[in-house]
Design a protein around this ligand. Structure first.
Ligand code: ARG
Ligand code: ZN
Length: 869
């Protein structure tokens, strides 16, 4: 294992093109869980423009069996193998290198390279897993054409899949069979994939807009195949949508998606053969929640959209990760927004951005969307690279408008098809298509930290002059870099005394169009003349830039804006601000609580509103979202005040909540139509509040008994557990029995157990960690038991006696030996530790220091080091 002090730091500034390229790859696999042999024939070419560099290939945990150069066995004096690769000496011209290695999928617990999940063999190569399969130039700017032959036992592995189009299959001696695949599209090795197993599938035909007939298949373990329907339909929707909205068509004869129960991340866009965490594939109304259905469609879309934004145009180097991830998240957000409610999708995305990315940007792990350096790239698959990266693309979309943005993307895809691009390449296309200067805008990629926009106003009743003064400022981040003003689209509106929008544009030096000014300087002034009264302003509609707004609204103005504003996101933000003022500034802002309660009453009473929107406004932010607004985090106070607010809301609106609950019930019991989903959403928020005032939890028990969706069953169970209702234990047991043999539903059950907001949940977690449900090699299980506990149970995990922290740190060293990426990810739950009270911070620091002193993976050493920073 690497020690942190020996870990090399990779810098963007040091980028140099590869001295050797691979143009063609021929791979032959003799697959077996215990020992697989890989024969690789690489057509290699030195860069003619550079003086002869040694031929160096990446490789890890490979056992060399054979090596030959241009058909001749290579004597040991001609090559060297070390822990990170292979060097071939004395070559300076194009050549053919053939190697044969043995690898061991069964003991590959890192789940990078070729590994075992259930009875199947599968791969995960992004970012640097291919080097665990064979020696290769493992970097994204080396693209090759692949031919892959898979050979395996026909009974154990009847299904054989790899990238590209099928190119033959047949039987071999000894009960083995083979299948060959040719991928005509050059690709970097991180997009390589294979799957071998006993799998079933659902399939559907798809004809592309340019007339190609594609077979789309979704694969899973045979018992799970019926639960692949939603994934298959989502795939077809994604394929059609990308044609319509972005003019992008699919480019192979088959498109395969495979569900894996063991998967480190969410899903992977391997060319023509996506491999997914099963939780983003398998769904039916009894085993997946409404949110799961939506997440599945969204992740299916995301991976499919990578076929252009990522695969056809890939990355020059891993620093450019957001070039594919930010752009693809933007595309998947638009997919969901076009197919469902745009307003609700934006609220969901902004909630995620603010709770995860703003927090990341404000803590010890802050980094630019395009980091300048890294020691382990897997630690940069972050909310900043994905979510803030998508916001940057969204700002470009706002600045350019849909048509010009579309032309710019067309230009980008056409110009870089088959190549490896950089952020600059994308910005160049945007600049050329629009004629706009984006030099300052580019800072968004390289400057860490969330900008704050402080707005102050002045109104002179004598003249009717109204000025808004906008000052942007980005707080310091751990890299110590100096912060420059950013180019950001700032949407706004002014409302007059009759709640009408004032159409007059302001006097300002900033570029503007109706309802939007472009901030470029540290300060701007907007001035209106001759207004009859002080107007009510609204800012950052749709969150036009990923910034924090600082404007001191009176509670009554927030209540009014929540009523009259046209943008749903701003309305939702008004409710969030009232909640924050009530919880965090109760004494300074005594009117926030009554204003919030009145506003929520009005929303609950208005049956013309989308119930999903009402539900979002009535759902009070979790403690971490509230903590994000505090310099010091008093966890106990936050929890207490938040609970008290929830009790107040429940008490003030008991009748209204009950009435809505009852009236929504018939719709909620329906199927998956949008109206039914929205009904369940509001009804379950109501249930949770109503149950606070009803210790017998009658409604929750009845809902649990009658539920015909997992959404309703889980919501009822959560409500029962939260109040420790008499029937809670029986319901928990019944749920467990009902779903005992499905790992994903077991994870749902475990999530409820480990997030039960009582201090003694620590005992339940300890029991789980000692029992048969604890499977430390399964990433979903680790995320469920330790991840949800650490992130979503502040009461138990952050118990004052440190019992919660001890459970996490008891397991982290072992988890790090099993799967470094998963272990490192669990550590990030401690991100805000320095802002906690001194006792808690001291306990966490002691654990972190002891952990960081162990021999750790690069992944964990890096995160622990930065947390201690
Ligand atoms: N490219 C994948 C996606 O976002 C993520 C893969 C990340 N895997 C990893 N080991 N870091 O769609
Ligand atoms: Zn992605």
């Amino acid at each position: 294992m690497d020690r942190p002090d020996q870990t090399p730091v990779i810098r963007l500034a040091d980028y140099a093109p590869p001295p050797w390229r691979v143009t063609h790859v021929d791979l032959v696999f003799d697959l077996d869980a215990e020992a697989t042999q890989v024969e690789a024939t690489l057509a290699l070419q030195p860069d003619p423009a550079r003086p002869a560099a040694p031929l160096r290939l990446d490789g890890e945990d490979l056992e060399l069996l054979d090596i030959a150069l241009d058909g001749q066995p290579l004597p040991p004096a001609r090559y060297r193998v070390d822990a990170t690769g292979l060097t071939v000496l004395g070559v300076d011209a194009p050549c053919l290198l053939r190697t044969r290695v043995r690898i061991r999928p069964q003991t590959n617990t890192r789940l990078e390279g070729l590994y075992v999940s259930g009875a199947s063999l599968m791969t995960q190569c992004e970012a640097e897993g291919f080097r665990r399969i064979t020696w290769f130039v493992d970097r994204p700017d080396v693209s090759a054409v692949y031919t892959v032959t898979l050979r395996a036992d026909r009974t154990k592995y009847p299904v054989l899949l790899s990238n590209g189009n099928p190119a033959g299959a047949g039987d071999l001696d000894d009960g083995h069979h083979w299948a060959r695949f040719v991928d005509p599209h050059p690709k970097p090795c991180y997009l390589f994939a294979l799957v071998a197993g006993t799998l079933g599938h659902l399939s559907a035909p798809f004809r592309t807009m340019d007339g190609r007939d594609v077979t789309v298949r979704v694969w899973a373990e045979p018992a799970d195949v019926p639960r692949c329907r939603h994934a298959l339909e989502s795939t077809l929707r994604a394929m059609r949508w990308d044609e319509k909205r972005f003019g992008r068509a699919y480019d192979l004869d088959v498109f395969d998606i495979v569900a894996a129960q063991d998967f480190t991340m969410g899903a992977m866009e391997n060319k023509g053969l996506n491999i997914f965490n099963a939780r983003f594939i398998l769904a039916d109304i009894d085993t997946a929640t409404d949110a799961d259905f939506e997440a599945i469609e969204s992740v299916i879309g995301h991976e499919y959209f990578h076929n252009w934004s990522g695969n056809r145009v890939t990355l020059r180097d891993w620093f450019q990760l957001s070039l594919k991830e930010g752009l693809t998240v933007f595309r998947d957000q638009e997919f969901t927004a076009d197919l469902h409610s745009r307003a609700m999708k934006r609220i969901d995305d902004v909630r995620l951005l603010k709770s995860r990315q703003f927090a990341e940007d404000a803590g010890p792990l802050a980094h630019p969307v395009r980091p300048a350096s890294y020691s382990e790239i897997n630690n940069f698959y972050t909310a900043t690279v994905y979510e803030k990266g998508a916001e940057i693309i969204r700002m470009l979309h706002t600045l350019l408008g849909e048509l010009t943005f579309r032309r710019a993307l067309d230009l980008y895809f056409a110009r870089h098809d088959g190549g490896a691009a950089t952020v600059e390449d994308l910005l160049d296309a945007m600049r050329e298509a629009s004629g706009r200067d984006l030099a300052q805008f580019a800072r968004w990629y390289d400057q860490a930290g969330t900008p704050q926009i402080a707005v102050t106003e002045a109104f002179d009743p004598a003249t009717g002059d109204y000025t808004l003064h906008l000052a942007q400022h980005t707080p310091a981040t751990p890299d110590g870099s100096e912060k420059q003003p950013l180019h950001l689209p700032f949407a706004f509106a002014l409302y007059d005394a009759d709640d009408r929008r004032i159409a007059t544009p302001p006097d300002t030096d900033a570029a503007q169009r109706p309802g939007l000014v472009e901030l470029t300087a540290a300060e701007h002034t907007l001035r209106w003349r001759g207004l009859a009264q002080r107007p009510l302003p609204a800012f950052l509609q749709g969150l036009s830039a990923p910034a924090r707004l600082r404007y001191d609204y009176a509670a009554s103005d927030l209540g009014r804006l929540l009523r009259i504003e046209s943008d749903a996101l701003v309305r939702w933000e008004c409710a969030q601000q009232l909640v924050a003022d009530a919880v965090l500034r109760g004494e300074a802002r005594p009117d926030a609580r009554p204003a919030l309660i009145a506003a929520l009453g009005a929303l609950l009473a208005d049956t013309t509103l989308d119930p999903a929107f009402v539900a979002e406004c009535v759902s009070v932010a979790d403690v971490w979202s509230l903590a994000d607004r505090c310099d010091r985090i008093d966890l106990d106070l936050l929890w207490r005040e938040r609970e008290a607010l929830l009790d107040d809301i429940a008490a003030a609106h008991a009748d209204l909540l009950a009435a809505r609950y009852d009236a929504l019930s018939p719709a909620a019991l329906g199927g998956l139509a949008p109206a039914c989903i929205a009904a369940r959403q509001l009804r379950n928020v109501a249930l949770s509040l109503l149950t606070r005032r009803d210790p017998s939890a009658r409604r929750a028990e009845a809902q649990f008994a009658q539920a015909n969706t997992l959404t309703d069953r889980l919501a009822a169970l959560a409500a029962l557990l939260r109040v420790d209702a008499p029937g809670a234990a029986a319901a928990l047991a019944a749920f467990r029995t009902r779903h005992a043999d499905d790992p994903l539903t077991t994870d749902k059950w475990l999530t409820l157990v480990v997030t039960r907001p009582q201090p003694d949940a620590v005992d339940a977690v300890r029991d789980i960690l000692a029992g048969p449900l604890w499977q430390p090699r399964n990433p979903n299980r680790v995320r469920t038991v330790l991840g949800h506990f650490a992130r979503n149970n502040p009461v138990a995990f952050h118990r004052r006696d440190g019992a919660g922290y001890a459970l996490l740190f008891d397991w982290l060293p072992e988890l790090d030996r099993i799967n470094p990426q998963v272990a490192a990810r669990q550590l990030t739950a401690l991100e805000p530790w320095r802002r906690l009270d001194a006792d808690r911070a001291a306990r966490i620091e002691a654990h972190l220091r002891a952990f960081a002193a162990l021999p750790l993976s690069r992944d964990s050493a890096d995160v622990a080091g930065r947390l201690l920073g």
